[in-house]
Ligand binder design. Structure first.
Ligand code: NAD
Length: 500
């Protein structure tokens, strides 16, 4: 098969652009048309992406079905685990290529792509190779009233052909988080990466083929959501389930798409995450932690903090400290080791984030940092840059504090009591993540447990054990993935009952 070249260079020589094709049944396949992939660092077109049409989605689903019924379906878990560990080693060996793909698509700093995105990709494969190998079966010896017995035991089978639909913010990390448990469980997949980040998924599909995963087990179709590959995949009668990460409104559209055929879904959706800082917290640690949870990846992590509730007696200290951290962030080229913060993913997304920057001011916000578009020079001003931003003067009734912005911005709001802090944090339709900063041990546990979210951190943020449940409540999702929670989604148990 052809291989795509690393995407660190903005364009191929002679103005010729790289082509990113669909991967179907182990082959690179042209689409019905192409669309440009724009580098958000400087606005240049770096690749032409082949958009899949209905015939390509049909072929990908058919290839996945055939592979499910072939040697992959009969392979032992131990052999699949061996393949996945080999894939993890290859991801580590080809880390530089994957980093280049991720950086070219997103503009994020090289160190972030290497240490977060690509490091987690191989960790995901290793973790689920272990989890899948250790997964046990339920069995019960049933004692009947007449003295006879029956043996009940459950066998796990793959869910089948799984549609994997992922967003652009942590493309490879979020893809492998779903792909690894799907594969160790024996499923076959059709992946629809985000139209904004087509590169790393394509490269990963090649790596998996090279590792020995049979053709047709992992297919990639490129394109958009509505009237494109995303919708064609989720409405396809040949898929057995959808695992999706992205916006809550897209999750809702996908639920409608699968409703007529009643397919299972696993949804990791949006957030409007709160952090709560008590006066007894280690304020230096809290401010450093808040800077990370608000601005990492230019605020484009579903777990990022967008609402910060601070106990009134330390409000000014936290506001000053965090504003100083925001102003210290360095926007710049991803290759520059001094760069802390990349651009937003696209001009379209910047328009959305900027509309919230304007709305915040209309709603009465006072700016402590940022608030607009920076002038950077150095050929960057055609990119999708935005200033890290911090507001005060808003409350929970404002749209800025209720709606997901998904950019490097947060609102600081004071509180006077623990009950009030919990009530403010829980006053949201979302329910993904929360952080509590306190040095009172009991309060830390108490408040963390009262948060109506899937993940509640105390004195840290985004510290992950891949065996623990991950997901959200309310608008933030359906179901949990991670460790055995993932195995539960990606397998269908059949209970066998034998009269003894
Ligand atoms: P998005 O919902 O716009 O797109 C996600 C994917 O869905 C893309 O591949 C897109 O092409 C596809 N899609 C869009 N419409 C579709 C449709 N009608 N049918 C089928 N597929 C469709 O999300 P995004 O803008 O790429 O990502 C940002 C969002 O993702 C934010 O809301 C963020 O909070 C969320 N997110 C959540 C988690 C989590 O774990 N909970 C993690 C990362 C991101």
């Amino acid at each position: 098969s052809q291989t795509i070249s690393p995407l660190s260079a903005p364009a191929a020589p002679d103005g010729e652009r790289r082509a990113i094709r669909n991967v179907i049944d182990g082959e690179h396949v042209d689409g019905v048309r192409t669309f440009p992939k724009i580098n958000p660092v400087d606005g240049t077109v770096i690749a032409d992406v082949h958009e899949a049409g209905r015939e390509h989605v049909d072929r990908a689903v058919a290839a996945a079905r055939t592979a499910l019924d072939g040697p992959w379906g009969r392979m032992s878990t131990a052999d699949r685990a061996r393949l996945m560990r080999r894939a993890a080693d290859m991801i580590d060996r080809r880390s530089a290529e994957l980093v280049a793909a991720e950086v070219g698509d997103t503009g994020k700093p090289v160190a972030l792509a290497r240490d977060l995105d690509v490091a987690r990709a191989s960790a995901n494969f290793r973790s689920f190779a272990d989890t899948g190998s250790a997964a046990g079966l339920d069995s019960y010896l049933t004692e009947l009233p007449d003295g006879r017995k029956a043996l009940n035991y459950a066998v796990r089978k793959p869910l089948g052909v799984v549609a994997v639909i992922v967003p652009w913010n942590l493309p490879l990390l979020l893809l492998t988080w779903k792909l690894a448990p799907a594969l160790i469980s024996g499923n076959t997949v059709v992946i629809k990466p985000s139209e904004d980040t087509p590169s790393s998924a394509t490269l990963l599909a090649e790596i998996l083929l090279e590792a020995g995963v049979p053709a047709g087990v992992v297919n990639v179709v490129h394109g958009f959501g509505p009237d494109s590959a995303g919708e064609m995949l989720t409405t396809h009668p040949g898929i057995d389930g959808v695992t999706f990460t992205g916006e809550s409104s897209t999750g809702s559209a996908i639920m409608r798409a699968v409703a007529p055929r009643v397919r299972p879904v696993s949804f990791e959706l949006g957030g409007k995450n709160a952090a709560v800082v008590f006066a007894d917290a280690d304020l230096d640690a809290a401010i450093a932690g808040l800077a990370r949870s608000t601005y990492l990846n230019t605020g484009q992590v579903c777990l990022c903090t967008e609402r910060i509730y601070v106990e009134r007696s330390v409000f000014a200290d936290v506001a000053d400290g965090l504003a100083e951290q925001a102003n210290r962030l360095r926007l710049g080229r991803p290759e520059n080791p001094a760069t802390t913060t990349g651009p937003l993913i696209s001009r379209t997304h910047r328009d959305k984030v900027l509309s919230y920057y304007e709305l915040a001011i209309e709603e009465g916000a006072e700016l402590l940092a940022g608030g607009g578009i920076p002038t950077l020079g150095d050929g960057l001003d055609d990119g999708s840059w935005i200033q890290p931003t911090l507001w005060t003067g808003l409350d929970n009734t404002s749209r800025t504090v209720r709606e997901e912005v998904f950019g490097p911005a947060a609102a600081l709001i004071p509180f006077d009591s623990e009950d009030e802090a919990v009530a403010l944090a829980n006053d949201t339709e979302y329910g993904l993540a929360a952080v509590t900063w306190t040095s009172d041990l009991s309060r830390g546990h108490r408040v963390a447990q009262r948060m109506r979210v899937g993940m509640s951190w105390v004195n840290t943020w985004y510290l992950r054990d891949l065996r623990s449940p991950f997901g959200g409540t309310g608008l933030s999702g359906i179901g949990r993935e991670g460790g055995m929670h993932s195995m539960a989604f990606y397998t269908e148990p059949t209970n066998v009952c034998v009269q003894l």
